[in-house]
Design a protein. Structure first.
Length: 436
């Protein structure tokens, strides 16, 4: 694209668009936006032809790389059949085939798939199912939820209600329903909450192993298993939100597996279609499902659905994504890359004076920078410096997140860490010198 055409589009973007999680005043006055025109593998190309490593998997969802031939072909083939048909009153082959495949991979005990179209709705569905099940069971007092402090489950009102990131959520408190927040990683705290309020709780909602949007906060080994035990003891459902952790991101297909835990409700989205198309699923057990079976007049129907729930193109992309996990032995080939990542972070990033902590679980990485004023927007400065050096990273406040596609080549992964280290050094040099 000509630089004139690019400049015109960039100007129109600033005039017409409103970007997510973005202070538009800064967006309008910072350097002009980068427009991504195409991608190949794990590289993004902008309209000026500049190349960038996709260091955050296009916001945590790309898995096997962009323009993967198998996924591309599956979407094209589905396009020749039908792009969209509803799941309300009808079904279609890719929805059924994907459910079979998903359930074969999911933790034991999960036997039903309810589709929606993004991570927030997958959580909304789980919350409403849990609540409604308790009502059906006559446990009318169980109207509340327990989430974890710093939890993030999406941006719709229900998922915000169970979330607990002050910066994103506090303002909306008057709109939200009742929920208690337990200290993540501290089973005793959850136990105390359940002892006090357990009879009013229908579900505990957690991001297993890693709280992503909180800045990649890690939970100690054994915690998730304790959460499962406490839920069982109090007759409370466990909702695991694997929207971020699912599909290999922590090193196993699902994070729950690492603790041998089966939740009552499992939410997946982001990586489900390999980062191609919006699709989500809420998986649940026969026990939950059976609680909704009744004569129509008993009004136990789950009255919930979205226009694009289980969209055929998205299901075709998801099916192909799961096939590629097998044909390319993605999880097996990921293990040495996880080790390489750990080594490179230890060598290049951890020793930097601005770095307070490096957190890693599988392919999820948070690099915490400390000692900077909020106005310095140091995370943002690091992301800009990385971009000039050829990598796209997106910070969460002062935490630099690395979340490369699982398919990234080892050389690219090393380069991503090198660029990140150089960007941190560059962006923090001046503020550190000024503070000294
Ligand atoms: C991203 C995310 C969501 C929300 O997913 P969207 O598709 O953005 O609505 C929910 N839960 C977790 C853990 C996430 O990381």
């Amino acid at each position: 694209m000509s630089s004139r055409a690019t400049a015109e589009l960039a100007a129109a973007d600033r005039r017409l668009l409103w970007h997510p999680f973005t202070q538009q005043r800064g967006w309008e006055s910072d350097e002009p936006p980068v427009l991504i025109e195409r991608a190949q593998g794990t590289t993004l190309y902008d309209t000026d032809g500049n190349a960038y490593i996709d260091g955050v998997s296009s916001l945590w969802c790309n898995v096997h790389g962009h323009r993967h031939p198998v996924i591309d072909a599956a979407v094209r083939a589905q396009l020749d059949r039908v792009a969209h048909s509803t799941m309300l009153g009808l079904s279609h082959p890719p929805a059924v085939q994907l459910a079979q495949r998903l359930l074969a991979l999911a933790p034991e005990g999960l036997e039903r798939v309810f589709y929606s179209d993004n991570g927030s709705t997958a959580v909304e569905v789980a919350l409403k199912m849990a609540f409604q099940l308790c009502q059906h069971r006559g446990e009318r007092a169980r109207t509340g939820f327990i989430g974890l402090r710093n939890g993030y489950h999406g941006d719709t009102i229900g998922s915000v209600s169970v979330g607990a990131i002050d910066l994103f959520h506090t303002l909306y408190r008057p709109l939200l329903f009742e929920r208690w927040a337990a200290e993540p990683g501290d089973a005793e705290d959850l136990e105390a909450l359940l002892d006090e309020h357990g009879e009013r709780v229908c579900a505990v909602v957690v991001e297993p192993l890693v709280q992503g949007a909180a800045g990649m906060l890690l939970q100690p080994a054994g915690y998730l298993r304790r959460v499962r035990e406490l839920c069982d003891r109090h007759g409370v459902l466990l909702v695991c939100d694997e929207v971020a952790t699912g599909f290999g991101r922590t090193g196993t297909m699902f994070a729950c597996e690492q603790e041998g835990v089966s939740p009552d409700l499992l939410c997946v989205a982001k990586g489900l279609t390999g980062g191609y198309l919006p699709l989500a699923a809420t998986l649940t057990t026969a026990e939950v499902y059976d609680g909704f079976l009744a004569e129509f007049h008993e009004l136990r129907t789950f009255f919930h659905g979205h226009t694009y729930s289980g969209n055929p193109l998205a299901c075709a992309a998801a099916l192909a994504t799961l096939e590629v996990f097998e044909s390319e032995r993605t999880l097996e080939r990921l293990q040495p890359k996880i080790a390489l990542l750990e080594q490179a972070l230890g060598d290049l990033v951890a020793p930097l004076p601005a770095v307070a902590e490096v957190r890693q679980r599988g392919f999820m990485v948070g690099i915490e920078l400390a000692g900077f004023a909020a106005e310095a927007r140091i995370g943002h400065q690091v992301a800009l410096a990385a971009r000039r050096r050829g990598a796209i990273v997106r910070p969460l406040g002062d935490v630099i997140v690395l979340m490369a596609p699982l398919a990234i080549a080892e050389a690219e992964l090393s380069r991503l860490v090198e660029i990140t280290a150089a960007a941190i050094a560059e962006a923090t040099a001046e503020p550190l010198a000024a503070a000294a």
